[in-house]
Design a protein around this ligand. Structure first.
Ligand code: COA
Ligand code: MG
Length: 290
């Protein structure tokens, strides 16, 4: 099982050289170097160059590097994609995806621009069309040429486009979030929750991380370094969960249980599906430990 922890996925404006440098020391599993909404029109060219140089130079250790480009229909999108393809990050993040064609077009442009095979595509799920067409969009992941590896929830854009409000507990977002979790699981890609804007509110942030985890998200996108530690903690299996997972695996591995589908462990019913879940828990705990 090859698993990448994506508990903490930190955005930073590509125009902010200090943030790009600081990120080399931050405890984030992944970094999104942004050329889109966090960068003002006047700064687009500078940001593109800075981000391409930062990716090409490296120094980010095991952190995954993702470049978020401007949409391919904007004045900057194509050049962003070409520069990203040349720099070869772990992934290129496509904003405002609305159709399967958006994924396939970006994948083709990446290939034509000579992006290395390792550079995957990530998709922002943030338009009403993305939600309504989540199945067909994410199904593109079945085609290896699409390179699709992860979805990122753009909750601020969803709120803008639908006029739903981002209130505590996010009742108005739940359907949108869960639809994307289902689409991600249906086609075997990861899904990362949206950002929590009020980065000074630790308790509110923790509650939202826990909610995202319980919905099935793999991690959370972040806007400020002070959010890394909590996301890393909440999205990692706890020691208790890992221990329990190991016990489930061990009990099903006993020769006398080889033919059993369900059994009793410390007073609880466990089934083979729990052993499968347990294997994933242990694999992710081991990947995090590395
Ligand atoms: N990534 C890396 N470093 C960051 C960072 C980020 N997202 N946000 C802040 N920092 C750094 C700052 O550069 C500063 O470093 P320094 O102490 O070495 O100078 C330190 O962390 C503390 O920053 P702070 O003063 O608390 O925040 P700020 O007022 O400078 O910035 C924001 C606040 C919101 C503007 C900034 O956090 C930000 O740009 N976040 C990302 C926004 C974004 O990318 N949005 C798009 C997707 S939603
Ligand atoms: Mg957006």
């Amino acid at each position: 099982m090859s698993i990448r922890p994506r508990r903490s996925v930190l955005y930073m404006p590509g125009s902010n050289a200090r943030a790009l440098e600081k990120a080399k020391t931050l405890a984030a599993d992944a970094l999104i170097l942004d050329l889109e909404d966090a960068v003002a029109p006047d700064a687009k060219e500078v940001a593109r160059k800075q981000v391409a140089d930062a990716v090409a130079q490296g120094g980010y250790g095991r952190r995954e590097l993702i470049v978020r480009i401007n949409g391919l229909s904007t004045p900057w999108g194509k050049e962003d994609l070409a520069a990203a393809a040349k720099a070869g990050p772990d992934a290129v993040l496509i904003p405002k995806v609305s159709t399967p064609g958006d994924i396939m077009l970006a994948a083709r442009e990446l290939r034509e621009a000579g992006a290395p095979e390792r550079t995957r595509l990530w998709a922002m799920m943030e338009t009403p069309h993305a939600i309504l067409s989540a199945d067909s969009i994410v199904r593109t992941a079945m085609d290896p040429a699409a390179r699709l590896a992860a979805l990122v929830m753009g909750t601020n854009d969803i709120a803008k486009e639908t006029r739903a409000r981002l209130t505590p507990g996010r009742p108005a977002m739940l359907a949108y979030l869960s639809i994307c979790v289902a689409a991600a699981r249906a086609y075997g890609v990861d899904v990362i929750d949206g950002v929590y804007n009020n980065f000074g509110d630790e308790a509110g942030f923790r509650a939202e991380c826990e909610q995202g985890r319980d919905l099935g998200m793999d991690g959370k996108t972040l806007i400020h370094p002070n959010q890394c530690a909590i996301a890393n903690e909440v999205f990692a299996p706890s020691d208790t969960e890992t221990e329990w997972a190991k016990k489930i695996i061990a009990v099903f591995d006993l020769p006398e249980n080889a033919a059993k589908g369900a059994l009793q462990l410390e007073g609880k019913m466990v089934e083979r599906l729990h052993a499968e879940m347990a294997r994933r828990t242990v694999a992710i705990a081991e990947a995090i430990a590395v």
